[in-house]
Write a protein that binds this ligand. Structure first.
Ligand code: COA
Length: 217
């Protein structure tokens, strides 16, 4: 499996529901992905198997990238290593590694959920999904990106802090399963040269680790 990012489609929903179920509490209310796909004020992205779809797609990055080009080989090699190191190999029925949902509300882009298959965590896929979300928010014209995260979810908090999110407040007893508090985390304004410069550096650092950023239309 070799990964890129693209918009979620209706035939992804079954797999996305599996990932959601695995990642969140059994009491998590679950998302009506079907409804969200028709919502022009949201963006749902999936990390998908790039080779399966390579025949038909073109890839949008800063600059023109051809799927047939040299970078494919590099990326394929990298992701082969990633998946070789994962405890559980994905079956041919599993084409998706993770997903993220973003709602555009006024000036804010709000990340509603982000999840990676458990067996594939720690390989940069969550970071790729977050990069895709911030790019979507920038493209949409949002001023800031916000989200809620459990106070106990240090892994997710580290990821968000890396991309400039800081704690803006607490929602007491926000999670209905155990009444856990949520941290409200938000970026500084994302259109400023400072944020964009930092975002560019982070993306550069991501690719310097042999991880590539491919986002298809
Ligand atoms: C949170 C989540 C999406 C991260 O995805 P991931 O693919 O495992 O994360 P990545 O490999 O891309 O790691 C990116 C960054 O996250 C942080 N991170 C990831 N794993 C970590 C760990 N075990 N310990 C501490 N920080 C960690 C680090 O900052 C890391 O950057 P680094 O590689 O420079 O250290 C994933 O753990 C997940 O799906 N969790 C369950 C669902 C969930 O909690 N979602 C968040 C709801 S708010």
């Amino acid at each position: 499996m070799n990964l890129g990012l693209r918009s979620m489609q209706s035939d992804d929903i079954e797999e996305v529901l599996d990932i959601e179920k695995e990642a969140f509490s059994p009491l998590w209310p679950g998302t009506s992905f079907k409804r969200q796909l028709n919502n022009r004020y949201s963006a749902y992205l999936v990390a998908y198997d790039i080779l399966v779809e390579s025949e038909t797609d073109t890839i949008d990055q800063d600059g023109i990238i051809d799927r047939q080009g040299q970078w494919i080989e590099t990326f394929v090699d990298t992701m082969r290593k990633v998946f070789k190191n994962a405890d559980t190999r994905t079956s041919s029925a599993q084409k998706l590694a993770g997903y993220v949902g973003v709602w555009f509300q006024g000036n804010e882009a709000h990340i509603t959920e982000i999840a990676v298959r458990e067996a594939l965590r720690g390989c940069g896929i969550g970071e790729l999904l977050l990069i895709g979300s911030i790019r979507s928010a920038t493209k949409y014209g949002s001023t800031v990106v916000t989200l809620e995260v459990r106070v106990s979810n240090f892994i997710a908090q580290r990821l968000y802090e890396k991309y400039g999110f800081s704690t803006a407040g607490i929602r007491k007893g926000y999670y209905s399963d155990n009444r856990e508090d949520a941290l409200i985390m938000t970026t500084s304004p994302i259109h400023t040269p400072e944020y964009q410069r930092q975002f560019d550096l982070l993306q550069q650092a991501y690719t310097d680790r042999g991880r590539e950023i491919y986002i298809s239309e």
